[in-house]
Design a protein around this ligand. Structure first.
Ligand code: IPM
Ligand code: MG
Length: 382
C-alpha cells in the first residue's frame, strides 16, 4: 500500500513541477503579437481527419479569395491525420508541431480523438494538445439566434481546469484512479481579462462567470475570485455569477437566456455549455471557434470528423459552414474586420435568408464546393 502511495506521490510531484513551469512561462510573456508589424501573416491550413480536408479546403478557398493582394501567405500543413499521429504515437507529431510554430494563425479542420476501444493508440486529443502547446488560452465561441434574441459569446478557458494534465491522471491502485483539476492565477486572470476586454469593445454590459464554486471550492473558487477581482477594472460592466447546473437549465429558458451576453468559464464547463448553446443555432455544425493565445491563434470547426461520411463517400457533401464561421473569426482576429463582416453577411444570406443551395450531407443537397462558390458569388454582390 505504502509503495503505491509513494509511486503516486512521485507522479503527482512531477505533474506539479510541470504545472509550476507552465506558470513561470505564462508569467514571462504577457504581450500579444502585433499582426500589422509583420511582413506577412502566415496562415497554416490543417485539414485534419475525416471530412476535415474537404471542408477546410472550402474555407481556405474563400480566405484566398477575400485576402487576395493582402500581406498573407498560406501554408498547407499535412500530417495531422489520425493515421500519422497513431504511427508516431503522438498527439501532434514533432515535425507537424514545428511547422505549426512557423505560422502566426492556423485554420484547422476536425481531428479524430481516439478513445479506449478504438483501433488507434489512446493518444491525447490533437485539439487539446495544440491548445496547450501553442498556449491558446481563450476559446471564443459565439452563438447567435437573432429571431430568439440570443446573442452569446463564450470565453472558455482553454489550457487548464480538468484538461490541464489530460492523459496523465494516476491509477494509484487497480481500485483507485485520480485525475486533476488545475487553476492558476495568471491562467484565470488572462481569460477573465479577455472576456471583459471583449465585452468593453463590443459594448456589452454584463459578463457571467459560470463555475461550480459551491462544491469545487478550491479551483473553481479561485477562478471566480479572480473574475471578481478583474471585474473591478471594468466599471460599467456587471459581473454575474452562476453555477453550471442551473446555467445549463437557464439556457433553455426562453425568458432568462436572452439576458446572457458574455460568459467566462473553466475549460470543462465551457466544453459542455458551448455544445448546448450551439444547438439553439442549428447544432455544432454551424458554430465556429477561435483559440486565441498571445503568440498564436487557431480557428476551428467545433464538430467532429464524421468518419462515417467519408466511409460512405459523402465527404464532398459535408457542410463547411462551421469552418467558414471559424474563417470569419480568423479574418477579424488578424485585422480584417471589414472582410470578416462581409463573409459573415454572405454566410447568413446563404444559410438562413436566401438559401438557394441547401446542404443535406448527401447527394440530395449541394456539395461543400458548390456552397463555397455560392458564398463567394454572394460576397461579390454585397
Ligand atoms: C471541443 C471538443 C474537444 C474538447 C474534444 C474533441 C477534445 O469537444 O473543441 O469542444 O473537449 O475541447
Ligand atoms: Mg466540445
Amino acid at each position: 500500500m505504502n509503495e503505491m502511495i509513494k509511486a503516486a506521490q512521485e507522479k503527482f510531484g512531477k505533474l506539479l513541477e510541470e504545472q509550476l513551469r507552465r506558470v513561470e512561462k505564462m508569467n514571462e510573456n504577457k504581450d500579444f503579437i502585433k499582426y500589422d508589424a509583420l511582413d506577412a501573416i502566415i496562415v497554416g491550413v490543417v485539414g485534419g481527419d475525416g471530412i476535415g480536408p474537404a471542408i477546410t479546403n472550402e474555407a481556405h478557398r474563400i480566405l484566398e479569395f477575400l485576402l487576395e493582394g493582402e500581406k498573407v501567405a498560406f501554408k498547407v500543413i499535412d500530417g495531422c491525420t489520425i493515421e500519422n499521429r497513431a504511427a508516431c504515437n503522438k498527439a501532434i507529431p514533432d515535425d507537424v508541431l514545428a511547422e505549426l510554430k512557423k505560422c502566426h494563425v492556423i485554420l484547422k479542420g476536425p481531428t479524430t480523438t481516439p478513445r479506449a476501444g478504438d483501433p488507434w493508440p489512446n493518444i491525447e486529443s490533437a485539439n487539446v494538445a495544440m491548445r496547450k502547446e501553442l498556449d491558446l488560452f481563450a476559446n471564443v465561441r459565439p452563438v447567435k439566434v437573432p429571431s430568439e434574441g440570443i446573442d452569446w459569446t463564450f470565453y472558455r478557458e482553454n489550457t487548464e481546469g480538468s484538461y490541464a494534465v489530460g492523459s496523465k491522471g494516476i491509477h494509484v491502485t487497480d481500485e483507485l484512479a485520480v485525475d486533476f483539476c488545475v487553476t492558476t492565477t495568471e491562467g484565470s486572470e488572462r481569460i477573465a481579462r479577455a472576456a471583459f476586454d471583449y465585452a468593453k469593445k463590443a459594448g456589452k454590459t454584463k459578463v457571467t462567470c459560470v463555475t461550480k464554486a459551491n462544491v469545487v471550492k478550491t479551483t473553481d473558487g479561485k477562478f471566480l475570485d479572480i473574475c471578481k477581482r478583474v471585474s473591478e477594472d471594468y466599471p460599467g460592466i456587471e459581473l454575474d455569477d452562476w453555477y453550471i447546473d442551473i446555467m445549463t437549465a437557464k439556457l433553455v429558458d426562453p425568458k432568462r437566456r436572452t439576458q446572457f451576453q458574455v460568459m467566462v468559464l473553466p475549460n470543462l464547463y465551457g466544453d459542455i455549455l458551448t455544445d448546448e448553446a450551439a444547438e439553439f443555432q442549428g447544432g455544432v455544425g454551424t458554430a465556429g471557434s477561435a483559440n486565441i493565445g498571445k503568440r498564436y491563434a487557431m480557428f476551428e470547426a467545433i464538430h467532429g470528423s464524421a468518419p462515417r461520411m467519408v466511409a460512405e463517400g459523402r465527404d464532398k457533401y459535408a457542410d463547411p459552414c462551421s469552418i467558414i464561421r471559424a474563417a470569419v473569426m480568423l479574418l477579424e482576429h488578424i485585422g480584417h474586420a471589414d472582410k470578416a463582416k462581409k463573409l459573415e453577411k454572405a454566410l447568413d444570406i446563404c444559410m438562413y435568408e436566401e438559401k438557394k443551395l441547401v446542404i443535406t450531407g448527401r447527394d440530395t443537397g449541394a456539395t461543400g464546393a458548390e456552397f463555397a462558390d455560392y458564398v463567394m458569388e454572394t460576397i461579390k454582390k454585397l
